[in-house]
Design a protein around this ligand. Structure first.
Ligand SMILES: NC(=O)c1ccc[n+]([C@@H]2O[C@H](COP(=O)([O-])OP(=O)(O)OC[C@H]3O[C@@H](n4cnc5c(N)ncnc54)[C@H](O)[C@@H]3O)[C@@H](O)[C@H]2O)c1
Length: 301
């Protein structure tokens, strides 16, 4: 199993004119995010290994982005910083609970104080709670809405004005790219009743589409990556206890049985899709989704 991202040649921002219509294609070996600042929420992970936020931080840094990672638990950013350094990148970070408007405002200000701009926003924080409406406590429902949906609203609320300024200053060259992380649970039943997670992740997809249309004229794009059932550290740290009495192997087998491809992806698969949406390669792509699920959501039965 591959355990890391291979390093890329050093990026030369000057070699990659963003939005240069005459060039269109990136030169070989260029960092695909060279010259861009990427703000990523949940850039740590609940355990060792490739969570989605950690993988995006490392891959984006390898591709030349200056990464600003946020996490409620600053200690979880340490492994991310090490992985970023391994691929020759750097990451600045801040502790931030993305369900708090004041905390998000402060974190966005800190990113701007450090880098002066935000070209890419990745709304990655999220997670599930089990149960349907009868067995779920009202407080859990509210917390799920805050965790999975309000967090996206708050980051967009505080980052979009900066992207609009960039669009105006750049003479229409472009304001930025927002990449939201949803889940196949927002599209389909995926094996368990987790009604708040499903509803909020569906909400993320439509939130993203509305932004895409509202901000298209300012060349601010908004798209969603829809991961399926991955083997991320969350499986060991939380889900096995929630779903399989702590039996990790049983849970992994159950998840694999739903996936047509004969293996399970991890955070790096989410990261590769997010990289495309973050980069200028997707300059004509907005208001849509990339599903990363090994074929799970198109199989019936
Ligand atoms: N892991 C999967 O199989 C899977 C599948 C589909 C979708 N997703 C989605 O991918 C995203 C990331 O999932 P993951 O399993 O890689 O993440 P994770 O559970 O490992 O969490 C990533 C980080 O988010 C941080 N975090 C949690 N709440 C926060 C808050 N309020 N403010 C700031 N930071 C906070 C945690 O401290 C952690 O370091 C989520 O939106 C999740 O719903 C994951």
């Amino acid at each position: 199993m591959q355990t890391s991202f291979p390093s890329a040649p050093p990026a030369d921002p000057a070699a990659v004119p963003p939005g240069d219509d005459a060039v269109g294609l990136l030169p070989p070996g260029a960092g695909r995010l060279a010259g861009k600042v990427a703000l990523i929420t949940g850039a740590g992970s609940v355990g060792p290994g490739w969570g989605n936020g950690r993988a995006m931080a490392a891959l984006f840094a390898r591709e030349g982005a200056q990464v600003f990672g946020l996490d409620r638990d600053a200690g979880r950013l340490e492994e991310t910083a090490r992985r970023v350094a391994e691929v020759g990148g750097t990451m600045e970070s801040a502790g931030c609970d993305v369900t708090s408007g004041d905390a998000v405002a402060a974190a966005v200000a800190a990113c701007l104080a450090r880098f002066g701009r935000i070209d890419v926003l990745v709304n990655n924080v999220g997670g599930s709670a089990r149960g349907g409406p009868v067995e779920m406590d009202e407080a859990v429902w509210d917390a799920q809405v805050d965790h999975n949906l309000k967090s996206v609203f708050l980051l967009c609320k505080h980052v979009l004005p900066q992207m609009e300024r960039q669009a105006a200053e750049g003479g229409g060259a472009g304001g930025g790219s927002i990449v939201n992380i949803s889940s196949t649970s927002g599209l389909r039943w995926t094996g368990a009743a987790q009604v708040a997670y499903a509803a909020t992740k569906a909400g993320v997809i439509q939130f993203s589409r509305v932004l895409a249309v509202q901000y298209a004229a300012r060349r601010i794009r908004s798209n969603t990556v829809v991961p399926g059932q991955l083997h991320t550290p969350m499986v060991e740290a939380r889900l096995a206890g929630q779903r399989a009495g702590g039996d990790v192997d049983a849970l992994l087998a159950q998840r694999q049985s739903r996936i047509p491809l004969p293996f399970m992806g991890d955070g790096r698969d989410t990261a590769h899709a997010a990289l495309f949406l973050a980069s200028d390669e997707s300059r004509f792509v907005t208001g849509t989704e990339i599903v990363v699920d090994g074929g799970m959501s198109v199989r019936c039965g």
